[in-house]
Design a protein around this ligand. Sequence first.
Ligand code: NAD
Length: 448
Amino acid sequence: MSQSVSTIGVGYVGVSTSVGFAAKGCKVLAYDKDLAKTNLLIEGLSPFYERELEEHLQRVRRDGFFEIASNVEEAVKNTDITFVTVGTPSRADGTINLDYIKASTTDIGKALVKKEGYHLVVVKSTVIPGTTVNMVKPLLEKTSNRQCGEDFGLCMNPEFLREGSGLYDTIHPDRIVIGEYDRKSGDTLESLYNHFHREEKPPIVRTNLSTAELIKYANNAFLATKISYINSIANICEKIPETDIKTVAKAIGLDKRINPKFLRAGLGYGGSCFPKDLKALIAFSKQNNYHPSLLKAVQKVNQQQIDHVIDRIETQLGELTNKKICLLGLSFKPDTDDMREARSIPIINQLLAKGARIAVYDPIAISNAKVIFGNEVEYASSVPECLENSECCILVTEWSEFKELEPEDFIKKMKTPLLVDGRRIFDPEIFGQKLKYVAIGLGPPKIG
Ligand code: NAD
């Protein structure tokens, strides 16, 4: 049974996979073409923020379980299983960009030429159904001059981790999906996971390559659908006096057929996966002559949620020209510094287009935000500094430090205390009495 693995691409998935396997006693060799990232890892520093990740990273580095390879050949030659964890971003038309998959597959194929014995290649990146069998397999065979199923094995093993708890999710997954080219490939990967999860084995679903690829998209599309669904009901709540989406969501979430997760109304979904994966699935469906109306509606509701919040601010403030509006939270969710497709981006762009002045604060994501907004916004280094003299505050990301804020914190600093609770973290009973409190999914008070 193999216990040495390599990872190609050390972004969020590659680092979590590498540190996770290394923490369980596998020898891991990681490679990334981005030297800045690998140099950080060599120093025991993570290329992105995740609580407690660096402690684990430093431990596995110290114990000699996690090394950095200087090229793909070194990574492949010295291990038995190679995970492809490179990015698969969207193209402008929404289709998936497979350039990084092609480049890394080509490098792995060339390295296989020099490898003795059986080697398993595992695609962990999210790829559209058919990619592994129709693109990765022929490319590996061509560049290695070897045959899949005989000289090397091939699996597709989608990743379901949540950013912010990537390492935890790698060690405690709900399930493992193994798409296999043939039985030997699947057996090899399953035995690695059996070793990994010794005592606490999650359910393992074994299937073919294309089904595994589709499972990942179906999973993310379903979660995005739940979010757009609850936001639609939240918008209906706002029309009905004395209703609150939080109570509605709590009650429907108690239905075991529905489950309470992903039923939190707010500003919608963002991040590196949901928007990109939904776009890719829609584009893929259309290419195959299927028009996925439900998925398009999910996307539209998510886009409209931002317009809806801006409308509500304009209803309160009138013209926004030269009005100072501040945002608490910038990252796409708490506990990460990832700004990819964060909801703060369309909010800020729309407010700037309307002439507002913007101040922002985030506990971790400011340096990534500076790359996006440059000097178009004012960066505050604390909540009070951000609130100072503003006419509206939008709570965008529910970092735990914001949950401690009291109405007085806003009243003391703001010019006019208007708080838009985009993530429903404050108590309407308390905040509604002391300042102008606008919340997603909160119906108006009873009239008379
Ligand atoms: P990322 O952009 O953070 O990292 C990808 C890394 O791959 C980068 O460091 C890049 O330099 C490297 N890379 C690109 N081409 C390379 C090559 N030819 N050789 C070596 N390295 C190369 O991406 P990520 O967020 O870790 O996502 C990776 C994949 O996993 C994507 O398909 C994504 O959809 C999927 N995924 C991501 C998450 C998540 O939460 N981020 C969760 C599940 C699945």
